[in-house]
Design a protein around this ligand. Structure first.
Ligand code: G6P
Length: 605
């Protein structure tokens, strides 16, 4: 989704901004642009396409400071050179970059056009540039504030006035804005990844805040002009974490990082003395947790699937009814919020708009919500105020891999904690602790067998459709396997509960339609075997993701994962499916880290 980066200080802004744009590329975008101030004038370059296309059209002596730059993901108006940001006023004095949607843009546009303003794009953002320019204020800050009073909608924005180059003005309402504090220079971005090369010291703006950035510092205030107090925090991630190193793709690198990421999620949280998990960020004591009667988990995309696995873990280990639902659905169905339900929001980025809106809806109705989030200090983490950080390190590839695994591990810790407060025995708790601590090494052993999975992937190259099936938590593994495959390889993949196959999809099974069956050797193994027989009887090829041992049916391919405790098996069963999706996409020559039409962090509705 759209990305913002800005700089004010002594250095030339252009190379800093271009490098920042590269850092934001992973979010998904369709056009890019940059504006710098030089000798009282704006210099602007923008185009449809990649940041490298923008680099090609930058004039040789494109220099200046301060400056702002943007990656756009089209909402109002098609992806094109003229719709790319920054947008300027008619005199080319004010430049604006904007993430979000201005809802009353059409009305404002009509009013401005009636005053004679000629629009150069179809965007809602251009309206802001003209509005700011026409405000009769001495300061840029005053003009931005006055313009924003007229606007309804969501924004994270940065504004530059070439005739007043001593300040950049930024504002936030619903779309993230992070300030970076340097040594006599200031940075701004929509995402800390664009800042870490220059500073680890950041300030997160809250909704309804405006900030004025000068080379020697910043001030924040409300939209009405009342000063606000901010405390800087430190980003734990270093610049190297955003490097692809020797890997061909971030997806491959992040799959390989899973053992270490999983160790970090577990670090300091295993409590062998009481055979439980220690989760300091929950801020709920045993008595409060005992009063919880139900758990409702909300998230989008892979986060929602990890939530489904989390619900299974909680039901099994804590015997509490738990249910996962897409946050995007939940927020619009006027949900009943119950005082004895604990709500959990899951989000890698901590910025997904629908998940954030669901959290706000729960809170508005008096519900208690905790976050399972990767990005420290992100909006959802701050909005929840309590929860579990994954500490998985930055995830750059659009498709989620290591944070999926770490989220399920965080749920396992939470389920263990809730279980041990209730009826889970010390013996069972002890077995789970041991199994959790063994997971990183077991994941390593699966990753070492990459070549076996590349071979299985070859069997999917010729087909146009694939089914993924499983039962109970195995169905959630199938869902994530199918999602991963369609996201990166564009192959049509559908997940189905194995038990439901004969109620419909069996009609579509042919020798050209392979089924990937998630079939651990658990209580449901024989049921899964029966389903496999039904598929075989229709000539359907089978790839089994299972445990070592005889299979009483013939299959076209199989991959055996190491065994864990039955409740934790899904974590390991998912790993080969990540690699399967990667290898199919690789063999099909797809743009693995930036699949078409997808964005890493969906910060608009
Ligand atoms: C996008 C990404 C998915 C991700 C989802 C939720 O759709 O492409 O990979 O699972 O957003 O993101 P979150 O940051 O909230 O986990």
């Amino acid at each position: 989704m759209c990305g913002i980066v800005g700089y004010i200080g002594k250095r030339d802004a252009a190379p800093i901004l271009m490098e920042g744009l590269h850092r934001l590329e992973y979010r998904g975008y369709d056009s890019a642009g940059i504006a710098v101030a030089r000798a009282g004038e704006l210099r602007v370059a923008k185009c449809k396409g990649r940041v490298r296309d923008l680099e090609k059209i930058l004039p040789d002596r494109f220099k200046g400071s301060p400056g702002i730059a943007h990656t756009r993901w089209a909402t109002h108006g098609e992806p094109s050179d003229r719709n790319a940001h920054p947008h300027c006023d008619s005199a080319n004095r004010i430049a604006v970059i904007h993430n979000g949607i201005i809802e009353n843009a059409t009305a404002l546009r009509r009013r401005l056009a009636a005053e004679g303003i000629v629009f150069r794009s179809e965007t809602d953002t251009e309206v802001l540039a003209h509005l700011i320019a026409k405000m009769p204020h001495d300061s840029l800050e005053g003009a931005v504030r006055a313009a924003l009073q007229m606007v309804v909608g969501a924004y994270g924005l940065a504004v530059l006035d070439a005739t007043r180059p001593n300040a950049l003005v930024v504002a936030r309402n619903g779309s993230p804005v992070v300030l970076g504090i340097g040594d006599r220079e200031m940075f701004v971005a929509s995402d800390p990844s664009a800042l870490v090369r220059h500073t680890q010291s950041v300030v997160h703006l809250d909704d309804g805040e405006v900030a004025v950035l000068r080379a020697d510092g910043f001030e924040t205030s409300t939209l009405e002009g009342d000063p606000t107090a901010k405390t800087a925090s430190t980003i734990a991630w270093t610049d190297d974490a955003f490097d692809k190193l020797d890997f061909d793709h971030f997806m491959r690198k992040e799959i390989a990082e899973q053992p270490d990421a999983a160790r970090r999620t577990l670090s300091g949280r295993l409590e062998p003395r009481f055979q439980t998990a220690h989760l300091g960020g929950l801020a709920l004591d045993a008595r409060e947790l005992l009063e919880v009667r139900r758990i409702k988990i909300l998230g989008c995309g892979s986060a929602c699937i990890s939530a489904t696995m989390g619900a299974h873990l909680i039901e099994q280990l804590a015997r509490l009814p738990a249910h996962a639902e897409p946050a995007s659905e939940f927020r619009y169905r006027n949900p009943v919020i119950e005082p004895d339900t604990l709500y959990i929001a899951v989000s890698q980025s901590g910025e997904t708009f629908d998940t954030l809106a669901a959290v706000q809806e729960v809170k508005r109705k008096g519900g208690r919500v905790l976050g399972i989030v990767n990005v420290v200090g992100s909006t959802i983490a701050r909005e929840c105020g309590r929860g579990i950080y994954l500490h998985a390190g930055p995830e750059v590839s659009v498709v989620s891999t290591k944070t999926f695994t770490c989220t399920v591990m965080a749920f396992a810790l939470l389920a263990l904690h809730l279980g041990r407060i209730r009826d889970l025995s010390t013996a069972h708790g002890g077995r789970l602790l041991k199994a959790l601590s063994e997971l990183p090494v077991q994941i390593e052993s699966i990753l070492a067998r990459d070549a076996e999975i590349a071979e299985l992937a070859r069997q999917l190259l010729a087909c146009e459709h694939a089914y993924f099936i499983g039962r109970a938590a195995g169905y959630a593994v199938a869902m994530e396997g199918a999602l991963k495959l369609k996201e990166v390889s564009y192959l049509h993949a559908e997940a189905y509960p194995a038990s439901e196959l004969k109620h419909g999809p069996l009609a579509l099974i042919t020798p050209q339609t392979p089924t990937i069956v998630v079939m651990p050797r658990d209580d449901l193994f024989t049921k899964n075997i029966s389903t496999v027989e039904e598929i075989r009887a229709r000539g359907g090829p089978i790839l089994a993701i299972t445990h070592a041992g005889d299979l009483p049916v013939s299959v076209e391919g199989r991959f055996d994962v190491p065994r864990s405790e039955p409740e934790l098996d899904p974590i390991l069963l998912n790993i080969p499916l990540q690699l399967l999706a990667y290898h199919v996409a690789l063999q099909k020559g797809r743009d693995i880290d930036k699949p078409r039409n997808l964005a890493k962090s969906v910060t608009v509705e």
